[in-house]
Ligand binder design. Sequence first.
Ligand code: G3H
Ligand code: 13P
Ligand code: ZN
Ligand code: NA
Length: 308
Amino acid sequence: PLVTSKELFENAYKGKYAVGAFNVNNMEIIQGIVDAAKEEGSPIILQVSAGARKYANPIYLRKLVEAAVEDTDLPIVLHLDHGDSFEICKQCIDDGFTSVMIDASHHSFEENIEITKKVVDYAHSKGVVVEAELGRLAGVEDDVNVSAEDASYTNPEQAVEFVKRTGVDSLAIAIGTSHGAYKFKGEPKLDFDRLAKISSLLPNFPLVLHGASTVLPEFVEMCNQYGGNIPGAQGVPEEMLTQAASLGVCKINIDTDLRLAMTAAIRKELIENPGEFDPRKYLGPGRNAIKKMVQHKIKNVLKSSNSI
Ligand code: G3H
Ligand code: 13P
Ligand code: ZN
Ligand code: NA
């Protein structure tokens, strides 16, 4: 069934695991993720960005997710990723999403609270849950110094005030992750002390980790081997994600790893079979690569297998 993340997060919090939130924008990606979750008996969050809505047309995505829900007994959440205004959140809520993210983290603290609160009031009146964000995800910087960290990473006391004043259901925090394939130039490093502090000040409250792809070397190498050019890509080591999941992080966002897995498989297929031009012959292996990667994440990293 299509569900909100409320109960999923309660269980994840207690069990010290995390539910994977995977970005979707076409049929093969959705099928790969859902097939993996089926085999693992795991709940999943399928999330749609503004860019995905624009690419696929909101109706197509909604209907594809509806098909996935019909195709399985798994709890599935349909979530808006990085909604940047009340209007887009309202539209998704009216369209049947069970969860929305209002990302007003680039606004001032007070404005972030005001916008988030407005979304929460509307969402809750329709039985929909809301994720917000406080702090800014780091860009790729050589050395993020301590004062820069303090300015952009989530402030623990502010997080408590933010949650109390907005009534938000979950909160995305900034502790050193970033979006995309180039997260660290040197050693990967996350501020786990900060995470532990936030988590201890907000007991039983689900935190969210964005920018959580690992940028699996296997797929980067496969892309590069078959004509790609993705030098110096680096993500969050998987053991750090497992650690975060044990510290109150209940939702872990993964998009880049899906993109890399699918692209690596398609590149290989096209190079190895130059006479082939049936899209199913390369989209199929792309879908398989996603399924295998997601199954590995669920089982070995997020640890949400057999949790329904
Ligand atoms: O956080 C961003 C997600 O990876 C979605 O990316 O806006 O290119 O669809 P997108
Ligand atoms: P990655 O780019 O690390 O996959 O992060 C995805 C994300 O946070 C989507 O909101
Ligand atoms: Zn994100
Ligand atoms: Na967790």
